[in-house]
Write a protein that binds this ligand. Structure first.
Ligand code: SF4
Length: 318
């Protein structure tokens, strides 16, 4: 359903340099798969989401949605793909036009892309709102009259209006209160139960959220995927030191905390000036001097079933 091949998104700064927000990632999502793309802020994961739907143009690489190369698609072909692929953003407050009623916001994609009008349109919008758990009285309200969770439900209703086969969800709960986050996550899980054919790319900095919703996980660091595998594999035996550090901060069931919290020092480096060798080496507690700061590791299969970009794999296998 979604194939990303060696995607690079660089933003030029000045004459000779660029911010390498995404620097050569490949990822495939089969029909009905739910894949989590995780990493700290600044890892490039949101840029991948936007490029996947061509909301911004890639520098190089290829993206196919349902077999159509959207890096080259124009006009009607691009519009057709966009109908079937929708994005839900982090901040529902800025995703809705404050001057439009909820009815108008949800009806807009149907008005733009279909011939549904009049009573049929009213009925369809009401059914969409009902599907996301909002009763009919919300139809004629404005966004400022709704809570954050209700606004995000409206955004989800609008994204579902054209019956998409691919959803890209960019931190859909991180702008919401914790109790509301849980409701939206439960709702998203139910939605996938109702639409098992719908493919989702779920972008989050929160591994616990990804574990709840996704069957596969890809971990990003500084514009590259550093580990990828099934949720079960990644949580049971993380191979990359960065994945291990992220996982050590995830609370265990019943609110317990993992005993061995790995605290990373320093911030994620600037993608305009990435470190030599392995880009994680300045922060990596397991870096091998003379190797990790010099040679860039390749992406290879680990014994645990995941694919990993780390020199430790080769060293441990030797
Ligand atoms: Fe750490 Fe070296 Fe592995 Fe990079 S390649 S994650 S620096 S051990």
């Amino acid at each position: 359903m979604l194939e990303i091949e060696d995607l690079k998104v660089h933003f030029p700064i000045g004459r000779d340099s660029a911010v390498r927000a995404v620097d050569g990632i490949s990822l495939s999502l089969g029909a009905g798969e739910r894949v989590g793309l995780v990493g700290e802020s600044g890892s490039g994961k949101s840029t991948v989401g936007k490029a996947a739907l061509r909301l911004l143009s890639p520098t190089s690489g290829r993206i196919k949605i349902a077999g159509v190369d959207i890096t080259k698609a124009q006009g009607k072909a691009l519009r057709h793909v966009r109908r079937k692929a929708q994005m839900i953003f982090q901040d529902p407050h800025s995703s809705l036009n404050p001057r439009m009623t909820i009815f108008r916001s949800v009806a807009e994609p149907l008005i733009l892309h279909t011939r549904i009008r009049g009573r049929a349109l009213n009925g369809q919008v009401a059914a969409l709102l009902e599907r996301v758990g909002l009763p009919g009285q919300f139809l004629h309200r404005f966004p400022h009259e709704l809570s954050g969770g209700q606004k995000q439900r409206v955004c989800i209703a609008r994204a579902l209006a054209l019956d998409p086969t691919l959803l890209v969800l960019d931190e859909p709960t991180s702008a919401l209160d914790v109790s509301v986050q849980a409701q939206i996550l439960e709702f998203l899980k139910e939605l996938h139960g109702q639409r098992p054919d719908m493919t989702s790319l779920f972008i989050s900095h929160d591994l616990a959220v990804v574990r709840f919703l996704c069957s596969r996980v890809a971990v990003m660091y500084l514009g590259r995927i550093v580990e990828e595998g099934t949720t079960e594999q990644v949580f049971a035996a993380p191979q990359h030191p960065y994945t291990r550090a992220l996982l050590s901060a995830v609370p265990l069931p019943q609110g317990r905390q993992s005993g061995n919290r790995i605290r990373l020092t320093g911030d994620i480096p600037s993608p305009a000036n990435p470190p030599s060798g392995c880009p994680f080496h300045p922060r990596c507690p397991e870096a091998i001097a003379g190797v990790c700061d010099v040679m860039e590791p390749v992406f290879e299969q680990s014994g645990a079933g995941t694919s990993v970009r780390c020199h430790l794999l080769t060293r441990n296998a030797a």
